[in-house]
Design a protein around this ligand. Structure first.
Ligand code: ADP
Ligand code: MG
Length: 638
């Protein structure tokens, strides 16, 4: 018997919309998202959201945008009816959040909808009942109100998937926050069962030129602590032609256990995109502990022709025509921002703040400025340091590090800290704010360096800090190799120190095999490890930066890392991890006694090292205790 089969037929319009609603409207928050999109597209400056029972019972969104003329109101609920595009070329360069003409049709197919609107220049408002099609005069100022009741009343199966009222409300609030973070030029408020639960006043222009408005909105939505624990991402306008990236990147203190505070926007639209996510992961990879998730707000502006938003019904996914350019733009912008967060910049900002030169948040009344007050301060300091760094060169860093390894401090070092500082001669003409980490006082139980700066006490984890310094140095040498890959040497490699007496050690079969398969990789890393018997390996050379440490332990760890890689791709895929492993061995161990000048050398090198505020595993390398902190701790003056 042939299988039972029905004839092909066209589905009724209502059913088509209900199918579409399945994709677009998963829960009340999706309706909120679509209605907020529409209000923003209509140029609203104030949007009020009122919810009942987590939005399941009722969602009302009210705006003061351009409104919809009476004669067009019936079209608003029709499928594929939109005022935002008219042709394929419009589709290829959409500048609005909506364009598919589906949202209102979908929502009205699964809920009872009323729309009240008064268009610009019209003397009357009209209200339309989507279910009956009845259009009547109404009273309202310019703008639109959409009233959605009993979501999923006609599709009870869907209703069963909804979570508790509190959960649905939380999703609605999240939807509002996503819009709020991208549109400081719009005021938002949200009421639940008659109670005001979120309110963000309208600020500024909402363009990149108005970063203070963004900063204030970000502080409202994510909290002032986030602003304190984050830095501006704001590369020069033409860093990558055609792609503008800005935002705020959270530092390690802002890191979270969950990735629930990562806000990315493309042309003002909240998106989840793999290219951007990957770029962010790469930028954060060695400044944040791998179990911590960064917090950030990232805004990407790109020519609408170069991005396709018509990928997913909810428009949360995008496709970039040149993904690589976007990847590069985001990665470098965020990397540079995080690099600028090194101690010099941060402590100098803190110092300036304490002097009243700077405030973390501009007051409401502050006139609009092209960049936020804290940004130029940070950047100026960074560039000064950069110039200084360029002038003194890497040699200074290397010299300071070698001093760190020198067996005994010179007797002259034990005088006043100012005179004994080895970096002083280079920086002596600069005010003390350029030595933000201050001067060493003592070493605590062989683990911490205690230093005094203008603000109070600085506590440095010496191993963690030195490990970062060595790591950055290795990365820099490595980068230099790759950049001018033109050298005559057939196989570029890190600067090498040959050992006078090779260090041999008993090796496991895996270590023996790894040393053989990865010979070239080891050589590129500056290591020569050869087999000398059936069961042992000998180390003949190590990177010069690491020659002082325990070379056997170094070789063992590098071999253990390498064993996990495929020989042909080990360097491409694993060099950062390998360099990090090596850096750990190059770093001064805890419980080694350091002289005052060695400690000062470490502080000065930290100030000149990118990312020196976090160790290679993302833990902080130093903390400031201000005099106020200490006074409070000891109840002084109370
Ligand atoms: P889309 O946003 O994709 O165009 P929608 O179904 O969301 O589709 O909306 C259909 C049309 O209704 C829009 O193109 C717009 O012209 C009009 N519209 C919807 N909401 C509003 C609003 N709040 N203010 C002004 N016009 C609106
Ligand atoms: Mg829409």
């Amino acid at each position: 018997m042939p299988p039972l089969r029905n004839p092909i037929r066209e589905l009724p319009d209502l059913l088509i919309s209900q199918i579409a609603a399945g994709e677009v409207v998963e829960r009340p928050a999706c309706v909120v998202r679509e209605l907020l999109d529409n209000a923003i597209d209509a140029g609203a400056t104030q949007i009020d959201v009122r919810l009942a029972a987590g939005g399941v019972r009722r969602i009302i969104v009210e705006d003061d945008g351009c409104g919809i003329p009476q004669e067009e109101l019936p079209l608003a609920f029709r499928r594929h009816a939109t005022s935002k595009i008219a042709s394929l070329s419009d589709l290829e360069s959409v500048g609005t959040l909506g364009f598919r003409g589906e949202a209102l049709a979908a929502v009205s197919s699964i809920a009872q909808c009323l729309i009240t609107s008064r268009a610009v220049g019209q003397s009357m408002a009209y209200v339309l009942d989507a279910a009956t099609g009845v259009l009547q005069p109404a009273a309202r100022a310019q703008g639109t109100t959409i009233d959605v009741q009993e979501l999923f009343f006609s599709t009870p199966a869907r209703r069963k998937f909804l979570k508790s009222t509190a959960t649905e409300l939380a999703h609605c609030i999240e939807s509002l926050r996503r819009h709020a973070l991208a549109h400081p030029e719009v005021g938002f408020a949200l009421w639940h069962d008659g109670k005001l639960v979120e309110q963000f006043p309208r600020l500024g222009e909402g363009t990149h030129a108005d970063l203070p408005a963004f900063e204030e909105r970000i502080a409202h939505v994510l909290g002032a602590e986030f602003v304190e624990q984050s830095v501006w991402i704001d590369p020069p306008a033409n860093a990558v032609p055609g792609v503008r990236v800005w935002g705020r990147a959270g530092l390690e203190d802002a890191g979270r256990a969950r990735s629930d505070r990562q806000y990315c926007y493309v042309n003002g639209r909240y998106v989840r995109d793999r290219v951007i996510a990957h770029a962010l992961r790469s930028a954060y990879q060695d400044v944040l502990h791998e179990q911590r998730k960064p917090v950030h707000t990232l805004y990407v502006e790109i020519d609408p022709q170069r991005v396709d938003f018509n990928v997913h019904p909810t428009k949360i996914e995008v496709r970039f025509r040149e993904g690589q350019a976007v990847y590069g733009a985001v990665r470098h912008a965020v990397e540079d921002a995080l690099r600028c967060a090194h101690p010099t910049a941060r402590a100098a900002t803190v110092v300036a703040m304490h002097r009243g030169l700077d405030t973390p948040l501009p007051p409401n009344s502050a006139p609009a400025q092209p960049t936020p007050p804290s940004a130029p301060m940070q950047r100026r300091v960074v560039y000064d340091t950069q110039q200084h760094f360029d002038a003194v060169g890497i040699a200074h860093g290397v010299e300071a590090l070698q001093k760190l390894w020198s067996p005994a401090p010179s007797p002259a070092a034990v005088g006043s800290p100012q005179q004994s500082d080895s970096g002083q001669s280079d920086m002596g003409e600069q005010p003390s704010t350029t030595q933000p980490l201050g001067f060493a006082l003592a070493q605590l139980h062989g683990v911490y360096i205690l230093a005094q700066n203008t603000l109070g006490l600085v506590i440095v984890d010496m191993h963690a800090a030195h490990e970062r310094i060595v790591y950055e140095q290795l990365k820099q040498q490595w980068g230099a190799l790759r950049v001018d890959g033109t050298q005559t040497d057939a196989c570029p490699r890190l600067p090498v120190q040959r050992l006078l007496i090779p260090a041999s050690f008993a090796a496991s079969p895996i270590e023996l095999a790894t040393a053989q398969t990865h010979e070239h990789t080891l050589s590129a890393l500056g290591m020569e490890v050869g087999q000398i018997s059936a069961r042992s390996l000998a180390i003949r050379a190590v990177p010069s930066a690491l020659a002082q440490g325990d070379v056997v332990a170094l070789a063992r760890d590098v071999l253990a890392d390498l064993a996990e890689f495929d020989a042909s791709t080990a360097l491409e895929r694993g060099h950062q991890r390998l360099l990090a492993t090596m850096a750990c061995h190059g770093a001064v161990r805890a419980h080694r006694n350091l002289g005052i000048d060695e400690m000062n050398a470490l502080l000065r090198t930290m100030e000149q090292t990118d990312r020196a505020h976090v160790c290679n595993h993302g833990r902080p390398t130093w903390k400031q205790l201000t005099m106020q902190d200490l006074d409070a701790m000891l109840l002084r003056g109370r």
